[in-house]
Design a protein around this ligand. Sequence first.
Ligand code: TYD
Length: 195
Amino acid sequence: MLVTLEGIDGSGKTTVWEALRDAPVVPDEAVFTREPTGSWYGDAVRRSIGDDDADSLAELFLFTADHADHLSRTVRPALEDGKLVISDRYSDSRYAYQAASLDGVLKRPMEYIQGVHSPFTRPPDATLYFDVDPRTGAERSGVTNKLERAGYLSAVRSNYERLVSAEPERFVRIDATQSPEAVVEAAERALERLL
Ligand code: TYD
């Protein structure tokens, strides 16, 4: 089973991802992974994120290359071994973030990005969506790069909302404005129900 954690920057999902490692509901052999990954593809992505002048379409393909490598090297082998995989960010991050970056560059960017993924990706079985307003998200994340600015995050959040509406059965919405302890607790309960 593949469970992904999604939300705008500052939603606290990385804190949850870390806390879930020790959660009693999570089997010991579960695989914890993330995008961007720690591979050289992920390094290329981080270089691009740090460059205010990076081409948005080129950036989409870097993220997508990292995803392809993540799937073949980590996600598919773990799933074939019957393991639970918990990924901090996954394909929905492209559908939400790069659809916002490519708004005005491409026609119907979200559909385009989903179309690029669909022939090879492995969709998540369930997605915990950590919902926080863009101002809180931008404040919490401290705006360290172009992808974390409040105006941009508000477009990203609208895209997440579109994804949730399109597939309400896949998403579990978690109120991420609560205290970190309450958010972790809500995520553990959601995971317990899913497993
Ligand atoms: P993130 O996992 O939030 O890294 P960190 O914990 O170091 O902040 O990802 C880095 C940034 O990349 C974040 O602003 C979200 C963005 N991102 C995309 O724009 N598209 C993607 O497909 C992914 C995986 C991340």
